[in-house]
Write a protein that binds this ligand. Structure first.
Ligand SMILES: Nc1ncnc2c1ncn2[C@@H]1O[C@H](COP(=O)(O)OP(=O)(O)O)[C@@H](O)[C@H]1O
Ligand SMILES: [Mg+2]
Length: 332
């Protein structure tokens, strides 16, 4: 496909015309019409392509619920600012109509571009299920952990120093080797390194520093045994969960790293921690990742646009539908 000619205006109108044909009574017609106008919304998915599983599923779910769904490619969108207000245009300068809500699906590689467009809609008073601040926060592992810790949410022992002279102290302060060294802005398991000795950790920290990558050091949660639990929180409720298991001999459970999804049941404590975590970072829709520690759940990180393919596949739940239902309700 070319540079997304359909970027703005993957617009599938709901089939409510049928209601008008079905009824000849003006009162019923008027009532039906009114109910439709009240429930129908214009929702834009901020995403780079309708070919992405999650984007496609959200568009389908929205259409099924009778909303007018748009795809707005935030990379090619243009915003125009004046003292009198701001306007947004899609690819090829197509004006974006008045929206009721946006669902941001911002790639980690384009955070800045994405939050510029999310910020536009926030300023215009359009509901977004992920605030620009929440997106930015969730992209920084250390800032996220700081916010969670402040809320009293348990996290793995974590240490940070900008100084290259503190490596040994960092490792010691999280309980000694083995430790996990992590790039603050990494995703999909890239830049997450298990170091078995203090010496190895020192070398890895030094190597990342020389590449201008900022890292944190974390104690390895051995009891998790290469698994973590992904919880999808939507509007203050956990709507789906899965356990991810790293391939044999590995410790990163990311599905992109060959991890396998399994069904899992959450404990009440885990559920509560997931909901509080999403709220703490200001995300109405979030993927909260939990490690099962000896003394209870430890929150690892939070994703502002959790992938739907793995979790819908394993749970057979309509997560996209749950997101759209929440967005439509919250935007009202
Ligand atoms: N402190 C830790 N203890 C045990 N396992 C960890 C720890 N940190 C990360 N992992 C494993 O590595 C995976 C990737 O780490 P994570 O911090 O989520 O980075 P990413 O953003 O790249 O997914 C996690 O899903 C988990 O399986
Ligand atoms: Mg992760």
């Amino acid at each position: 496909m070319g540079p997304l000619e359909a970027t703005f205006g993957v617009e599938v109108l709901p089939v409510f015309g049928a209601v008008e044909i079905l009824t000849k009574s003006p009162t019923i017609w008027w009532r039906a019409r009114r109910a439709i106008t009240l429930s129908e919304m214009r929702i834009a998915i901020l995403s780079q392509s309708a070919e992405i599983y999650s984007t496609r599923r959200l568009i389908e779910a929205g259409n099924r619920a009778g909303h007018t769904m748009h795809l707005l490619d935030y990379i090619h969108a243009r915003i125009q600012l004046t003292a009198r207000g701001t306007r947004c245009f899609g690819y090829g300068s197509a004006p974006v109509p008045k929206l009721t809500a946006v669902i941001p699906r911002i790639a980690a590689s384009a955070t800045q571009a994405g939050i510029a467009i999310v910020g536009h809609f926030e300023a215009a008073g359009v509901y977004t299920c992920a605030s620009s601040e929440g997106i930015l926060l969730s992209r920084d592992k250390l800032r996220t952990l700081q916010v969670l810790a402040r809320e009293g949410i348990a996290i793995p022992p974590t240490a940070f120093s900008h100084s290259g002279l503190e490596s040994r102290a960092l490792v010691q302060s999280v309980g000694g080797a083995p430790v996990v060294v992590k790039v603050l802005r990494g995703t999909q398991g890239v830049g997450v390194v298990l170091c078995d000795t203090v010496g190895a950790a020192e070398s890895v920290i030094e190597a990342f520093r020389s590449l201008q990558a900022t890292v944190l050091v974390q104690g390895l949660i051995k009891e998790a045994q290469g698994t973590d639990v992904r919880c999808i929180v939507v509007g203050g409720e956990v709507v789906a969960t899965m356990l991810r298991r790293a391939p044999a001999g590995a410790f990163r459970s990311n599905l992109h790293r060959g991890g396998r999804a399994e069904r899992v049941k959450l404990s009440d404590v885990e559920r509560d921690v997931a909901i509080r975590s999403a709220r703490a970072v200001g995300l109405d829709v979030a993927g909260v990742d939990i490690l099962r520690g000896k003394k209870g759940p430890l929150v690892l990180e939070i994703n502002s646009s959790p992938g739907l393919e793995g979790i819908e596949g394993i749970t057979k739940l309509d997560v996209a539908g749950a997101i759209v239902r929440h967005v439509a309700q919250a935007a009202r």
